[in-house]
Structure formats: structure tokens, C-alpha cells
Write a protein that binds this ligand. Structure first.
Ligand SMILES: Cc1cc2nc3c(=O)[nH]c(=O)nc-3n(C[C@H](O)[C@H](O)[C@H](O)COP(=O)(O)OP(=O)(O)OC[C@H]3O[C@@H](n4cnc5c(N)ncnc54)[C@H](O)[C@@H]3O)c2cc1C
Length: 260
């Protein structure tokens, strides 16, 4: 049983996210991390290795050369090997372009389960898993709080309005898990050392049977403008006043703004 975990390298959560002149996220000089929600997908895959239901874990990422750092960090947590798909033609790839590339790479890796996080930390599109499943004509089990595989099928336990649902589908498939699968393990020093020796391949578009033309410039969408959010006026607090005085102040505040 083989799992491929798709991980995205993103700017560190607190990092100052700026756009470059070409209106793409300026990743130069910005600390980059494994997409936080992908760490839960890694943890879920490694738990399936721990319970013996999965033999091998491969990590797959599409991104610039530096994304190999994120793959090494994942290998330090566990797993067997990694693949980075990188190509100048992929700069500025959108959801569609990313899904097309991941689908082609997954066709080549042919896992039983392609496991992903529920969203990226920078774009938060949550579109790639569904798009990959559709492009590969495979089932999608999404937002799993737990994933297990047995007898040629996989099952996820998913939070619902009334409790949990169990969903299952035959392998191969695409699945996403949430942060409910359990705390991601820390990479041990032994794990970090071992990760340096674990195999990592670098594939270009032609290695997965795609050309730049197939990708229409890697994006069907185009960022045409970016604006910083408007500054909000400072919050006004009305507290420690006698009720009547507080009520008057609130009424004046609402009246001034024509809210009453
Ligand atoms: C601020 C911002 C806004 C954007 N807005 C749009 C937009 O409106 N429309 C659009 O088409 N594109 C948009 N993009 C581009 C988009 O982020 C990228 O195409 C991205 O690679 C895929 O989308 P996502 O980050 O939303 O991934 P999601 O769909 O949120 O990712 C879900 C899961 O897919 C897997 N995954 C995603 N990307 C990769 C990867 N590169 N390598 C391996 N696994 C991956 C991970 O497991 C991840 O948890 C935007 C980018 C940014 C930074």
C-alpha cells in the first residue's frame, strides 16, 4: 500500500507577505515552511505506517527549487522518499495549473492514496484536491478527521452537523484530512540526519509528460491588482460608566453613523 502526500511550501505564517512587481507573491528572502495543514496529512500517513496498513510514504511538491527544503523537513518526520516538480514554466501557477501538474505527477507515481491538506496557508483555495481527483477520474474523500485503509478501500471519519459520518471509497483515490487527525510529530535529530540520505528526485514538466503549452502559461487566472486592506478606525471602548451614560454614548455613536 503506497501513499503519496502532497505538500506545499508557503511563506511562514507570520511572515510579511508582499507582492512583487509582477503581482506574484514575493517569496525571496521570506522564511518558508511546510504548509501547516499539510503537516497533519504527513502525520496521518505516518500513523498508517505505524499501524502497518501502509508500506511506503512518498512526498510530492510542485514549486521553486527551494521547495526541496520543505520536502527534506517532511522526510525528517518520517517517510521514504520525495519528488519535487519544478520548471520555469510553472511560475505563477494557479489552482488549475497546480492541479494539472500534480495529477500528471501522481499518474506517474500511481499511489493507492494521494493525501493532501485541506487548504494552503497563503491562498486558502481548497480547490487543488478536488481538481486533482477530477482530472484523474478518481474518488475524493475530503476533510477527514481520521483516515484508514483496508481491503482495497479507504475510509474517512468526517465531522458533521450531527456528529461524524464515515465515508468510504475504493482505491486508488485522493483524500484530504483536517487538523483533527492529531498533533504532527516533531522531527527527531535522528530523523533529520536520516532525511539527508533519503532519495529526492527533481522532475521537470517533460518528466511528467507535460509541456508549457499544455499549461497555457500555468494559469487560467491572472492577478490584475492587489490592495492592502483599508485601515480600520481605532476601536472605541465604552466601559466603567453608569448604565444611563453608557447607553447615551452608544446611542450617540450609532446616530452619528446613521445606524439608528
Ligand atoms: C494570495 C494568493 C491568492 C491566490 N488566489 C488564487 C485564485 O484566486 N485562483 C487561483 O487559481 N490561484 C490562486 N492562487 C494561486 C494558488 O495559490 C496556487 O496555484 C497554489 O499552488 C494552489 O492553490 P492553493 O494554494 O489555494 O491550494 P489549496 O487548494 O488550498 O491546497 C490544498 C492542498 O493541495 C495540496 N497542494 C496545493 N498546492 C500544492 C503544491 N504546489 N505542491 C504540492 N501540493 C500542493 C496541499 O496538500 C494543500 O494542502 C493564489 C495564490 C496566492 C498566494
Amino acid at each position: 500500500m503506497k501513499i503519496v502526500v502532497c505538500i506545499k511550501q508557503v511563506p511562514a505564517t507570520g511572515a510579511d507577505k508582499r507582492y512583487a512587481d509582477d503581482l506574484r507573491l514575493d517569496r525571496a528572502g521570506v522564511e518558508a515552511i511546510i504548509n501547516p495543514l499539510d503537516e497533519y496529512a504527513i502525520e496521518q500517513a505516518l500513523r498508517l505506517v505505524d499501524d502497518g496498513s501502509v508500506e511506503s510514504v512518498t512526498y510530492l511538491s510542485m514549486g521553486p527549487e527551494q521547495a526541496s527544503e520543505a520536502l527534506r523537513r517532511a522526510l525528517a518526520m518520517g517517510g521514504d522518499d520525495a519528488v519535487l516538480v519544478t520548471d520555469p514554466a510553472l511560475a505563477g501557477a494557479d489552482e488549475w495549473g497546480t492541479a494539472k501538474v500534480l495529477a500528471a505527477a501522481l499518474d506517474k507515481l500511481a499511489p493507492d492514496v494521494a493525501l493532501m491538506g485541506m487548504a494552503s496557508d497563503d491562498a486558502r483555495g481548497s480547490l487543488v484536491p478536488g481538481a486533482v481527483a477530477a482530472m484523474r477520474n478518481l474518488p475524493l474523500l475530503s476533510y477527514g478527521a481520521e483516515l484508514n485503509v483496508a481491503d482495497g478501500a479507504a475510509r474517512v471519519r468526517r465531522l458533521s452537523a450531527t456528529g461524524y459520518d464515515w465515508l468510504s471509497a475504493p482505491l486508488p483515490l485522493v483524500a484530504t484530512v483536517t487538523d483533527q487527525v492529531g498533533e504532527p510529530r516533531y522531527a527527531s535529530l535522528k530523523g533529520i540526519m536520516a532525511a539527508k540520505r533519503k532519495p529526492m528526485q527533481t522532475w521537470s514538466l517533460s518528466d511528467i509528460g507535460l509541456s508549457a503549452d499544455d499549461l497555457h502559461g500555468a494559469a487560467l487566472t491572472r492577478v490584475t491588482d492587489t490592495r492592502a486592506p483599508e485601515e480600520k478606525p481605532p476601536t472605541e471602548r465604552i466601559e466603567n460608566l453608569p448604565a444611563a451614560e453608557a447607553a447615551t454614548k452608544i446611542a450617540d455613536w450609532l446616530t452619528t453613523r446613521k445606524l439608528i
